[in-house]
Design a protein around this ligand. Sequence first.
Ligand SMILES: *[C@@H]1O[C@H](CO)[C@@H](O)[C@H](O)[C@H]1NC(C)=O
Ligand SMILES: *[C@@H]1O[C@H](CO)[C@@H](O)[C@H](O)[C@H]1NC(C)=O
Ligand SMILES: *[C@@H]1O[C@H](CO)[C@@H](O)[C@H](O)[C@H]1NC(C)=O
Length: 454
Amino acid sequence: MHPLARPEPLLVLSILCAVFIKATGYTPIENRFSSIFPVKSSPNQDVFQSIYEWRFLDFAYPNYESRLAAIQNGKFISENNLPLGIDVLGNRIFITTPRWKGGVPASLSWLPLPPKERSPPLQPYPDWSAHGDPDSPDCSKLMSVYRTFIDECQRLWLIDAGVVNATIRINQVCPPKIVVFDLTTDSLILSYELPPDQVKQDSLHSNIIVDIRRGQCNDAYAYVTDVWRYGVVVYSLAKNRSWRTTHHLFNPNPFAADFNTHGLNFQWLDGVFGLSLLPPNEYNDRILFYHPMASFNEFMVSTAILRDENLWTSGADTSTVVKAFTVIGDRGKDGHSSTVGIDRQNVMFYTLVSQDAVGCWDTSKPYARKNLAKIIQNATTLYFPNDLKVDRGVEQSVWVISNRLPTYLYAELNYDDVNFRIQRANVHEAIQGTVCDPNVLGTNEVDTGIEGCY
Ligand SMILES: *[C@@H]1O[C@H](CO)[C@@H](O)[C@H](O)[C@H]1NC(C)=O
Ligand SMILES: *[C@@H]1O[C@H](CO)[C@@H](O)[C@H](O)[C@H]1NC(C)=O
Ligand SMILES: *[C@@H]1O[C@H](CO)[C@@H](O)[C@H](O)[C@H]1NC(C)=O
């Protein structure tokens, strides 16, 4: 059963979740409750700037004839193309277009920054020849890219789920693979297919984050989420090997599987999805924060656990593994979130897909609802914010794409309307005066209610 393909009614939603994981004491790495400023109640709407927006997508074909031929033979069907992942480095933004349906000619593209036009055709990355055709698949090429991650070594990592027709009749035409491009030369560095025993029937690998310490580019680790079969695949670049990690706290919370947005009601049982990393701590370990899509909770795990291949392949000390994953709090009702980014001040930004909003959390404060704020909420411009990135610029920005995915899946997009929007805001301006500002005092009280599960 694919949550995306066939929503099923859940009859159990009215049951209160009596047994629920208690928030454990997540101790922030550092307490910076320094001064008190009045806390803003309304979001900082106007700090967001529209960068690109489209009613429908088009691609930059080499010439008029090739575009026309692609339309005539069904290789390009504009209304089947829905942008999903975004990433930014320097003067380029990267955009993914997974093959949800047929007629998606390329799955990863780029556009210039700052923008020269409002709604330009996408430029396939690195070029047209890198993209495969689902009807005669060459698995050395890109098939269906979901999301990307640009690391501090100017490399673009992507997860290619290898599935096409994900919304109609899902078809795993190629194994999922991790692909890496060097953005200084736009050349391919790595293409690593996940071994068959790490891919389950109906897996969907849809998010990736990369962990590098002390500038050791050759010792990178990638964490890839399997959102439909609830696992995280860990890949070590130095070992050129991967292993699959699983935990019950990667599962969706069935009490958070009901989504209501813009008059649409559907049920998604998507598991582990949003990922973000804190910088290395004094033990040179990094905390990974994560959440399933069908959940209002945020969780954490030490990456030392994920990176220890023996723990997962030998099954040695399972109690250490089980206890390493903990819930740190919840975002409250309808606090569904897809993806996340953390800036240099260790402030986390996250999408709130059911609220057409972006939230923030200063990770030096406890993950309590009073310590969370919304930096923007707008049912028009942020209709289903589906991917979010914090860039590595000197002045950092938070980037968000909204794409109306539920309308695309369960109703029909109106192509006279702007359907896809990419917006950005300066991270400092976005949090100014909110409780996410490290200069603003937060609460030390831990939430006691059960708002997180109704
Ligand atoms: C995708 O779905 C379309 C429409 O149902 C079908 O014609 C096409 O063969 C499918 N492609 C693959 C590779 O499954
Ligand atoms: C990495 O491993 C894969 C298979 O597991 C292999 O095909 C590939 O050649 C290896 N790459 C390098 C750089 O060793
Ligand atoms: C949403 O954004 C649009 C465009 O910036 C703006 O005109 C509108 O007032 C915003 N709505 C709210 C509720 O802020």
